[in-house]
Design a protein around this ligand. Structure first.
Ligand SMILES: [Zn+2]
Length: 76
C-alpha cells in the first residue's frame, strides 16, 4: 500500500498510543499521556530484570513440609 501524497487532514506525527490506542501527544510521544509512558517504561524495566512469577524461598518450603507433617503425623 503506497501513499506518498501529503495528507493535510492527518498530522505527520499523529499515531495511536501503543498502550491504549488513543492519539499520542507531543510531550509524551509516542504515548498519549505520562501514565502510558510509565506503563511502557515499567514493562521495559521488569522485562530486563526478568522477575520470576512465583518463587518459594527454602524457608517457605521447610515450613510447608513441617506443617504437612504436623497435619499428617502418620506419614513418617
Ligand atoms: Zn495511552
Amino acid at each position: 500500500m503506497t501513499d506518498k501524497r501529503p495528507s493535510s487532514d492527518t498530522p505527520r506525527r499523529a499515531r495511536p498510543c501503543p498502550e491504549c490506542s488513543k492519539l499520542s501527544v507531543e510531550p509524551f510521544y509516542p504515548f498519549c499521556s505520562k501514565r502510558c509512558s510509565d506503563v511502557d517504561l515499567n514493562r521495559w524495566l521488569s522485562g530486563s530484570y526478568s522477575v520470576p512469577v512465583v518463587e518459594l524461598e527454602p524457608e517457605d518450603l521447610a515450613e510447608l513440609e513441617a506443617r504437612q507433617n504436623a497435619e499428617d503425623p502418620d506419614r513418617m
